[in-house]
Ligand binder design. Structure first.
Ligand SMILES: [Fe+2]
Length: 372
C-alpha cells in the first residue's frame, strides 16, 4: 500500500476564531485584497470582524471585490487585475464557494500574463502566486482545503477545475459563528454537497485508510447535524458539527477526488444554472444505488455507523424530503433535450475516473432518468 497525503498550510477552527485573522496573516505581508459574496457578510457583522482584525494587526485591506454569481473566469481576471494594481501581498476569500474559488484562482495565477480561461485550457505556467487565505461562511464546498477552483469556462460553456498543488490555502479560518445567519435552504444544499464529498471520497478508487477514517467522521458529523442546522440555524452545536464535518469531508476528498454524482453535477450546473449542492443532493442517492453493485460493503459500514436500518440511499432520500430544497431535477430547473452536451461534459470530468464502478453513457442517462 502506498499513498501521499496533501494538506493545506494551517487551519484554525473554532467559535470566534475570525478574531485571530490579523495576527495569523501579518507574516504574509501588509497589503491584501478581500473577495466576498453578497450582502449577508456585511449584515451578519462578519465583514467588520474581518476588517477590524486585519487593521489591529496593521494590515491594509486595499480593495473589496464582490463575487455574487457562480464563479467564472472574468471574475478571476478582475481580481487578478485588482491585486496587481494594488501590489497585494495576499488575497482573502470570505464567503461561500464562489468568493473562495475566485480568490484562490486569482492568488494562484498572480504574476501570470494570460487571461484565466487560457490556463483552464491547460496552458503550462510557472507558479508565481501569492498566498490565499480562506474564510468559509457556509459549510459545504471545502474550498478552504482543496487545491482547485471550479470555474465556468466561457469557451467550452462548462465548469472546469483549475488545479495546482500550490493553490491550497496558506491559512484557513473555519469559524462556525460565521454560518449562524445562513438561510435554511443554503444550509441544506451546501450541507448536502459536503455529505456527497464525504460519501464519494469513502468509495473512491484511491481511498486510503486515512481518507476513509476522515470520511467516516465527516459522514457521522454531517448526518447527525444537518437536519438540526436546517430546522434551527441558531443551534450552535449543529452549526459547529456542520462546519467541522464539511472541513473534515474536504480533508478526505482532497486526497481521493469525488465520483459520479459530481461528474454529472458540474455539467448540469453549467447548463441549467442550478446550485451545485442542490444537484448533489438529488444525484447522491442515485449514485449510491448505481455504485452499490461494487461497494455495497462500504455503504453498509456507513449505515451501521449511523445506526441506520436498511438502505443508505433510501435514508438519504427521506432526509432530503424534510429540507426546503428541490426534490428532483425537474423541480430544480432541468429540461430534457440537452443530453448530448451533458454526456460530453460528464465524460471530461476527472471525477469519473475515481468512481468505484465504471460508468457508461447509458449509465449516466439512467441516473438522470431516476432523478428527473
Ligand atoms: Fe462538491
Amino acid at each position: 500500500m502506498e499513498f501521499t497525503l496533501k494538506f493545506p498550510g494551517s487551519i484554525i477552527f473554532g467559535e470566534n476564531s475570525i478574531e485571530k485573522l490579523g495576527e495569523n496573516t501579518v507574516k504574509f505581508g501588509e497589503k491584501c485584497i478581500l473577495v466576498t459574496g453578497g450582502k449577508s457578510i456585511k449584515e451578519s457583522g462578519a465583514l467588520d470582524n474581518i476588517l477590524n482584525s486585519l487593521s489591529k494587526a496593521g494590515i491594509d485591506c486595499l480593495d473589496i471585490y464582490r463575487a455574487t454569481t457562480e464563479p467564472d473566469c472574468d471574475m478571476v481576471d478582475e481580481v487578478r487585475e485588482m491585486a496587481k494594481v494594488n501590489d497585494a501581498d495576499f488575497i482573502i476569500g470570505a464567503g461561500g464557494g464562489t468568493p473562495l474559488d475566485v480568490a484562490k484562482a486569482a492568488a494562484g495565477l498572480y504574476g501570470q500574463e494570460l487571461s484565466t480561461s487560457d490556463y483552464l485550457n491547460k496552458t503550462p505556467y510557472e507558479y508565481k502566486g501569492i498566498p490565499f487565505i480562506a474564510i468559509p461562511t457556509t459549510s459545504g464546498t471545502g474550498s478552504e482545503i482543496t487545491n482547485n477552483s471550479v470555474l465556468y469556462n466561457p469557451v467550452t460553456k462548462n465548469k472546469v477545475s483549475l488545479a495546482n498543488p500550490e493553490f491550497q490555502a496558506k491559512l484557513g479560518i473555519v469559524d462556525p459563528v460565521l454560518t449562524y445567519n445562513m438561510p435554511a435552504s443554503i444550509t441544506a444544499y451546501t450541507g448536502m454537497d459536503a455529505l456527497t464529498h464525504a460519501i464519494e471520497s469513502y468509495t473512491s478508487m484511491i481511498a486510503n485508510p486515512v481518507s476513509m477514517t476522515l470520511a467516516e467522521k465527516a459522514v457521522e458529523l454531517i448526518m447527525s447535524s444537518i437536519e438540526k442546522a436546517v430546522a434551527d440555524g441558531k443551534d450552535t452545536v449543529a452549526r459547529r458539527d456542520m462546519a467541522l464535518g464539511s472541513m473534515v469531508a474536504a480533508l478526505a476528498f482532497s486526497q481521493t477526488g469525488v465520483g459520479v454524482a459530481h461528474a454529472i453535477s458540474h455539467p448540469l450546473g453549467a447548463i441549467f444554472n442550478i446550485p451545485h449542492g442542490v444537484l448533489n443532493a438529488i444525484l447522491l442517492p442515485a449514485a449510491i444505488d448505481f455504485n452499490s453493485q461494487v461497494v455495497q460493503d462500504r455503504y453498509d459500514r456507513l449505515a451501521e455507523l449511523m445506526g441506520i436500518e436498511g438502505n443508505l440511499s433510501e435514508y438519504i432520500r427521506n432526509m432530503i424530503k424534510n429540507m426546503s430544497i428541490p426534490q428532483n431535477l425537474t423541480e430544480a430547473g432541468y429540461e430534457r433535450g440537452r443530453e448530448k452536451e451533458i454526456l460530453e461534459m460528464t465524460f471530461q470530468s476527472r471525477s469519473l475516473y475515481r468512481n468505484p464502478r465504471k460508468v457508461s453513457e447509458e449509465d449516466v442517462i439512467e441516473i438522470l432518468e431516476k432523478c428527473i
